[in-house]
Design a protein around this ligand. Sequence first.
Ligand SMILES: NC(=O)c1ccc[n+]([C@@H]2O[C@H](COP(=O)([O-])OP(=O)(O)OC[C@H]3O[C@@H](n4cnc5c(N)ncnc54)[C@H](O)[C@@H]3O)[C@@H](O)[C@H]2O)c1
Length: 279
Amino acid sequence: MSKYPKIDLDGALVAISGAARGIGLETAKAFAARGAKVALGDLDADLAAQAADAIGTRAIGLALDVTDKESYRAWLAAAEEWAGRPLDVLVNNAGVMPNGAFLEQADEVDRLTMDVNVYGVIHGMRLALPGMVERGRGHLVNVASLAGKFPLPGLAVYNASKYAVVGMTAATRLEMKDTGVSVTAVLPSAVRTELSSGIDLGVLPTVDPEDIANAVVKSVRTRSGEIAVPGYVGVASNAATLVPEPILGLVRRAAKDDAAITRVDDSVRTKYLDRILKK
Ligand SMILES: NC(=O)c1ccc[n+]([C@@H]2O[C@H](COP(=O)([O-])OP(=O)(O)OC[C@H]3O[C@@H](n4cnc5c(N)ncnc54)[C@H](O)[C@@H]3O)[C@@H](O)[C@H]2O)c1
């Protein structure tokens, strides 16, 4: 028997950060389709509200800036008030992925990356976990990345942020082990969303946001600690640490692992970078 009390998604409250588009939006749809009440939060409040309207009465879209703890607190409180019940599942999904050679990145871009991808997740965990522990049930998913296990040229600070999330998730999972509350990291490979747009990722396995949404929903049942999507890339990234550097280098070259520097279509990429840097 699982050490985690079952969460019946029918009527449960699921809150998802960064849910106005991409993986977060598909995750919201997938939970709503299973009867959950979904609270979408996003920096783009209008888009979050529109997305929730399209999902229907089981969804609400609200403003959220995950880098601001008070904004995060207000969002969770509004979600619970709307649903009339405490939070069952939190999906820390909001994230940004600036790309480029490490030596050419601006300091404020590094800060943004760490603020959203690391502190945004810390805020969500610090605010949601105490209530879950008190109730003895709950599930928290951090959408990390395979970049949290496998370094890629052109994504050094993004790598740093996602390695942080993978480590933090694993450690808090241990701390929570006797509380009835589970903490899971989902590690997508490349996903077809705006975040990776304009980068030709070569042979890197690419999946759809729906695939990540399904993995997040499934985690409510399995409560696995770490879920890579597709699964085999998780095994491969763990195995890569055992491969001697010269051999791994050959594989990396064949796979064009420096795509985030060398295989970028600026006319597409600029649109994404302008959005996250609010230009
Ligand atoms: N797309 C990929 O290839 C890929 C691969 C691995 C992991 N991921 C991770 O998946 C998550 C979702 O990415 P996506 O591909 O759907 O990206 P996306 O850009 O399509 O959507 C991300 C959403 O997060 C929102 N957001 C950004 N900053 C925010 C903030 N401060 N507060 C609240 N919302 C904020 C954005 O407005 C946007 O709606 C991210 O954590 C990303 O790192 C994506």
